[in-house]
Design a protein around this ligand. Structure first.
Ligand code: SF4
Length: 360
């Protein structure tokens, strides 16, 4: 039998969620704490990784930078090093920048005001809601991917979740369900419920407290929700890296362009919007400039390693170029001792290559 949820019974959802959460929540270090700094760090880490991997990064990061002050006073290179492997380095740079803002504008005290939190660099509506509700029980609903999925199924919402209107509608819906006297607890409960119970594929609806009121379940259309507009366009890019070295040293380069990998180090790179075979690569101006007149061997170590970013799909190839003697820093590259590469923050693709090399 199926029961329709009446508006006056919406409290039922909040109370069931909280009851479920108290019984099923995972024991995580950023739970049941009121420290806005640590909540903030955990939320930023969890935006880009799963809880199991995020845990290690969280412990490492907060171990080295336990509060706003220690983060604000750190050198950016060190912050990026602690972020290495998580990707989306702009998030680490924003954390660092915002920590300095808190030191300068709020005397190191995290601002206890939703709009001030929202103004900090890198903090959007979702993170501001998480920080202010978890730390101070302020009634701002959090709507992450897990919440979208659960609500869209429970109410069979056909509004796409990846549009401005969709985000607004779901935030309003979550706000309407919220137990305002326990905002932090409610928000954590609804997020955890989506993460553990109303999972993307084949949720166990027979064990769900909402089985008899869930519209998607009643209509056998769970897989249809959440609906997406698929408007985000991705662009393919082809990266050709050259690990140029002699027995002692190698070249690296700091990415200066704005973007997610700004200030990270990598090997000399030729970028292309089209895939290039070696013949085409060797005719590019950069290649001729770097390897002009050299009688050089190019060893293809990795070919077309796919790396997906939010609006780009990268295909990276790595060539190893072993020289007798590395000339002094040509162009903009830095010559470093090969063994020192671990001291430099590198992005995920470089890390992948270095790990592969270590294993060969
Ligand atoms: S009944 Fe199934 S689909 Fe509906 S909320 Fe529960 S777990 Fe999700």
């Amino acid at each position: 039998m199926y029961f329709c949820i009446r508006m006056e019974n919406l409290n039922f959802i909040a109370s069931q969620l909280i009851k479920w959460y108290k019984k099923n929540q995972r024991d995580l270090p950023w739970r049941n704490i009121q420290d806005p700094y640590k909540i903030w760090v955990s939320e930023i880490i969890l935006q880009q990784t799963r809880v199991v991997q995020g845990l290690e990064y969280y412990n490492r990061f907060t171990g080295r930078f336990p509060d706003v002050k220690s983060l604000a006073e750190a050198d950016e290179q060190e912050v990026l090093k602690y972020w290495q492997g998580l990707g989306y380095y702009s998030r680490a740079r924003n954390l660092h920048f915002a920590a300095k803002t808190i030191m300068n504008e709020y005397n190191g005290e995290f601002p206890k005001d939703y709009n001030k939190v929202l103004k900090l660099k890198g903090i959007g509506g979702y993170t501001a809601a998480a920080i202010t509700s978890f730390a101070w029980d302020m009634p701002y609903p959090v709507v992450d991917g897990n919440v979208f999925r659960f609500l869209s199924r429970l109410f069979a919402v056909d509004e796409p979740i990846d549009t401005g209107k969709g985000k607004k509608d779901f935030t309003k819906l979550a706000g309407g369900l919220m137990d305002k006297s326990h905002a932090g607890l409610f928000n954590q409960a609804i997020m955890e419920f989506g993460a553990l119970q109303c999972i993307p594929a084949s949720p166990d609806c027979s064990a769900c407290p909402f089985e008899i009121v869930c519209l998607a379940h009643a209509w056998h259309s769970i897989a249809h929700y959440p609906v997406k507009s698929h408007k985000t366009k991705t662009k393919d890019l082809y990266f050709y890296y050259f690990h140029i070295h002699d027995s002692d040293s190698l070249y690296i380069n700091r990415r200066s362009e704005k973007g997610i990998w700004q200030n990270l180090f990598e090997f000399p790179l030729i970028e292309s919007e089209e895939p290039l075979d070696f013949e085409q690569l060797s005719r590019t101006a950069q290649f001729r400039e770097w390897f002009q007149g050299e009688n050089t061997d190019f060893k293809l170590i990795i070919e077309n390693r796919k790396h997906v970013l939010s609006h780009r799909v990268l295909y990276a190839s790595f060539y190893e170029v072993a020289l007798e003697k590395l000339p002094e820093t040509p162009d903009k590259f830095t010559k470093i001792k090969s063994g020192e590469i671990d001291n430099y923050p590198v992005h995920r693709l470089m890390q992948y290559y270095l790990e592969e090399k270590l294993n060969t």
